[in-house]
Unconditional design. Structure first.
Length: 223
């Protein structure tokens, strides 16, 4: 079985598109009808996120951690209990391509670190063009990159357990896990093949996450 984990904290505006994209990815014919179990980890949600998620044929776990590391770990634990052989992670503000899971598995690696594409820079207002240009100048959306994104990450269940899973930290849990996997000698595919489209919003639920990184791209350096 293939497992997909989606942590969410008050994402009522974006999670519907995310869940729809994961649903279609789970039905890809090249998965040969292998079961795909999806779990949405509802972390301290007090908006309409839970009501939206519950309309889909996915499992929903409610926790009160306000911590993405704990959220991902809880989802992974649930999927491992249901005998997942492969764990795929994305975020509630992200849309995956129909071939997302197929692409991860096709790389025949222990770990797949994918890239992200920003859906729109409009939320940056007058700084949108500057943010986009600086991001594109520094970001490597190609094979051989060295980016780590929880929004586009996959790994074998065996490797996940060997590395001890996600740390209970508010940011950087994905990088910390991949660092441990690299130290253990895991075969890592740094690939742009699994495609996801993520929100370009400048502020998200995680202070120092991807939104914070691209927000800084809008701020010119001072020499």
């Amino acid at each position: 079985m293939i497992g997909v984990c989606i942590p969410a904290h008050n994402e009522e505006a974006l999670i519907e598109a995310c869940l729809e994209s994961v649903f279609f990815a789970s039905l890809h014919p090249e998965l040969a009808a292998e079961e795909v179990k999806v779990v949405v980890v509802l972390d301290s949600c007090d908006d309409g996120t839970a009501a939206i998620a519950q309309q889909w044929p996915f499992a929903c776990l409610a926790i009160n951690a306000c911590n993405v590391g704990r959220s991902r770990a809880a989802g992974a634990r649930y999927l491992l209990q249901h005998k997942a052989r492969w764990l795929a992670f994305t975020d509630a503000d992200t849309r995956v391509s129909p071939s997302w899971l197929v692409a991860q598995l096709s790389l025949a690696a222990d770990v797949v670190c994918g890239t992200v594409e920003v859906d729109s820079w409009d939320a940056h207002g007058r700084d949108a063009q500057a943010a986009r240009l600086r991001f594109e100048a520094s970001y490597q959306d190609r094979d051989g990159h060295r980016h780590v994104h929880g929004a586009n990450l996959g790994l074998s269940a065996q490797c996940y357990e060997q590395a001890g899973g996600f740390d209970a930290i508010e940011c950087g849990e994905d990088q910390a896990l991949v660092n441990r996997l690299a130290a253990l000698g895991a075969q890592i595919a740094w690939s742009a093949l699994p495609r996801v489209l993520t929100s370009g919003r400048p502020y998200s639920r995680v202070e120092h996450g991807f939104a914070g990184a691209i927000r800084q791209q809008a701020q010119p350096s001072v020499s």
